[in-house]
Design a protein around this ligand. Structure first.
Ligand code: 5RP
Length: 290
């Protein structure tokens, strides 16, 4: 019960100490809501300002992708090294124990597989993201593709819903076969995602001008790894992307298809969080490799 008479007199007002004004540690998000910042702070390491996300949502378009045939065998041993898990609700419910307690970037768009052209993409209900305690909702956006309008509409819809419940949206730039993965295209696609409200953007690294892609995107960018490369090359890509200003990676195949995925994800962490040079990270990979 409140006790007015026994209350200690309040006197620590710190009149001479101004209230500290602090900018949020991720770019472009100062004016987002508290809940979004809280979720972003779970995905990104507050100290390094970076993230190593592990993407294993490939099955939703590709079926049992190499390395993902058995999520319990291929992915669960990697989970402890990931800052965030990117997957579908199906795999999350069926294969990921909730007590791993990792932030989830939930794949929230669906509708097409690799057996057809991209067509009628839709988004899953916001209630699913709330039920799954998602820290972010990932939406595929096909800028310049035949179904550009559908995917951008999906992005704007999910951002509206995400704003309502403070769940940030990750805009994932899908690049159709007919489009070049160059800085001109990637900066346009990333910028379109940010302009439409994505709190962060996942795109591909490009050799020329990736620093421009990052600079022109007002919110953090994480890179997808893309097709499997040799481990040393994949670490080099991660290093260059981070050097150009990327806020992390959201890698899939280059981790879970590596000869030793557990060693690989730790080497990627060394690059992303500790700024290890690619040769040092590759040395680490070889040391850790079984
Ligand atoms: C596809 C995705 C995938 O999650 C992502 O591309 C997978 O990562 P990687 O390319 O590193 O295997 O977002 O749209």
């Amino acid at each position: 019960m409140a006790d007015a008479s026994g209350n200690i007199e309040a006197k620590n007002y710190g009149f001479d100490i101004p209230v500290e004004k602090k900018s949020f540690f991720l770019k472009g998000l100062d004016n987002f809501d508290w809940g979004i910042k809280d979720r972003m702070s779970r995905i990104f390491d507050v100290k390094s300002g970076k993230t190593v996300m592990l993407a294993f949502d490939h099955g939703y378009i590709m079926g049992p992708t190499s390395g993902l045939e058995r999520i319990d065998l291929g992915i669960l041993p990697l989970v402890e090294y990931a800052d965030c898990l990117m997957c579908t609700r199906g795999v999350l419910r069926s294969c990921i124990p909730p007590d791993v307690n990792k932030p989830i970037s939930l794949r929230c768009s669906a509708g097409t597989t690799v057996l057809t052209e991209l067509n009628d993409e839709c988004i899953i209900d916001i209630e699913e993201s709330i039920r799954m305690n998602a820290s972010a909702m990932a939406i595929m956006v096909s800028v310049g593709g035949k179904y550009e309008a559908t995917t951008i509409r999906n992005l704007t819809k999910i951002v509206d819903l995400g704003m309502k419940y403070s769940i940030p949206v990750l805009g994932v730039t899908a690049v159709g076969k007919e489009l070049a993965r160059d800085s001109r295209y990637l900066s346009m696609a990333s910028r379109v995602c940010a302009e439409n409200g994505a709190a962060f953007v996942k795109t591909y690294y490009c050799e020329e001008g990736f620093n421009k892609v990052v600079a022109a995107c007002p919110v953090p960018i994480v890179i997808a790894g893309g097709k499997k490369l040799d481990e040393d090359k994949a670490l080099e890509v991660a290093y260059k992307a981070i050097s150009d200003g990327a806020a992390g990676v959201d890698m899939g195949r280059n981790v879970f298809q590596a000869q030793d995925p557990i060693a690989m994800i730790q080497a990627v962490r060394a690059v992303v969080h500790d700024g290890a040079k690619p040769d040092k990270a590759f040395e680490l990979y070889n040391d850790l490799k079984k």
